[in-house]
Design a protein around this ligand. Structure first.
Ligand code: NAD
Ligand code: UD1
Length: 341
């Protein structure tokens, strides 16, 4: 069975490609390398001893998307990771985000009608919940007004898919709302490759520990949490990748003609920024330079997943811990340094 993975050379996509290949699926990747490197293909091949088919083009090119689907009408499923994901950049350049995250999604869905099997998985985000009223956050929690154009593209993306499922009688889709993906593959052949200064906590921590950054700024220690720092649900990217295979199998096995479902993907456990720093120091043996800085605008106080639906319906739950994820992120950072030297 052949599965299309868009954005398959990116952080989460590459780990999912590995999980799919290891399960025996054929994989083809579309990626325009706007936020990834062709070397990732080699990393995937080293881990799996298989080389997925790779197509380098931009999904904003409607004609190319149409031609691709025409030629690959035998695909059994599509996992759509390709998107732009930097919150700050989305504030500065919202149209790039609406075009890349929403127009491209529309082109994909328009052309999925050419496939014999219309199974679609979408990368959504816990950002759709904003500051949730209750914790842990269930899939039924209110969708708050998005804090950024990026967050809005995910809300709109989910709406586009739901409406299309209502209209196309044999389209089956699942939106997966990721909490905070971190870590790297245990082989250190693939991991996260942030371009420029990382905005996310864990790559900032590992770059500080390796000496690329002077110190980590902890954004605010006066939040209403036990230690005053924000709480998030950090999920190992390898667990996250596994969940995509499980979701795909749910679509492939479903007898229903059409359906649309949403699942949270998290560990269910919240960790504060200070807890992440301590856990990192423990697993890496490095003391981390850090300082307390003002709050970052747009940050929610706490977000962690209610994992019951994913457990009950998908039969999936995380296996790896925060420490596992931080250790793998650290090993990946050491490998990058070695490659740089
Ligand atoms: P990433 O940037 O590492 O991967 C995205 C990949 O898509 C990149 O390889 C990029 O080159 C490619 N791409 C982007 N636009 C494209 C286009 N127009 N045509 C073809 N290829 C294109 O990001 P990631 O962290 O792996 O995230 C994957 C998905 O998960 C995204 O949709 C993102 O919004 C979502 N998500 C990520 C996180 C996170 O923290 N990483 C959290 C929640 C949701
Ligand atoms: C961010 C995005 C969110 C996106 C998610 C995954 C914002 C406001 N939200 O979530 O839309 O879906 O990434 O890509 O950008 N922190 C520090 N110092 C740092 C970096 C982070 O203290 O240098 C803190 C943050 O304040 C936060 C926690 O670490 O409390 C996690 O931050 P981050 O990794 O950026 O993820 P989110 O803010 O949860």
């Amino acid at each position: 069975m052949k599965i299309l993975v868009t954005g398959g050379l990116g952080f989460i996509g590459s780990h999912t490609v590995v999980a799919l290949l290891e399960k025996g699926y054929d994989v083809c990747i579309i990626d325009n390398l706007s936020n990834s490197s062709i070397d990732v293909l080699e990393g995937i091949a080293k881990i799996t001893q298989k080389i997925p088919q790779f197509f380098n083009f931009d999904l904003r090119n409607q004609e190319k998307v149409e031609a691709f689907f025409k030629e690959h009408h035998d695909l059994a499923g599509v996992i759509h990771f390709a998107a732009s994901k930097a919150v700050g950049e989305s504030v500065e350049n919202p149209l790039l985000y609406y075009e890349n995250n929403n127009n491209a999604l529309v082109y994909m869905l328009k052309n999925i009608s050419q496939l014999n099997q219309k199974n679609f998985i979408f990368s959504s985000s816990c950002t759709v919940y904003g500051e949730a009223d209750t914790l842990p956050i269930t899939e039924g929690a209110a969708i708050k007004k998005a804090e950024s154009p990026y967050g809005n593209t995910k809300q709109i993306g989910e709406d586009i898919i739901r409406d299309t499922c209502n209209a196309v009688s044999d389209l089956k889709a699942i939106s997966l709302r990721y909490f905070n993906p971190i870590g790297a593959h245990s082989s250190t052949e693939i991991g996260e490759l942030p371009i420029g200064t990382p905005q996310n906590l864990v790559p900032y921590i590992t770059q500080t520990a390796i000496g690329q950054r002077d110190e980590l700024s902890i954004f605010g220690d006066d939040y209403p949490t036990e230690d005053g720092t924000c709480i998030r649900d950090y999920i190992h990217v390898v667990d996250l990748a596994e969940a995509h295979v499980v979701a795909l199998e749910r679509l492939l096995q479903s007898e229903k003609k059409a359906s649309y479902e949403v699942f949270n993907l998290g560990t269910g456990k919240g960790s504060s920024v200070k807890e992440v720093v301590s856990a990192f120091e423990k697993v890496s043996g490095q003391e981390l330079n850090h300082t307390i800085a003002p709050r970052r605008p747009g940050d929610v106080v706490a977000a962690y997943a209610d994992t019951e639906k994913a457990q009950d319906v998908l039969g999936w739950q995380t296996k790896l811990t925060l420490e596992d994820a931080l250790e793998s992120a650290w090993k990946w950072q050491l490998k990058l340094k070695e490659a740089d030297a």
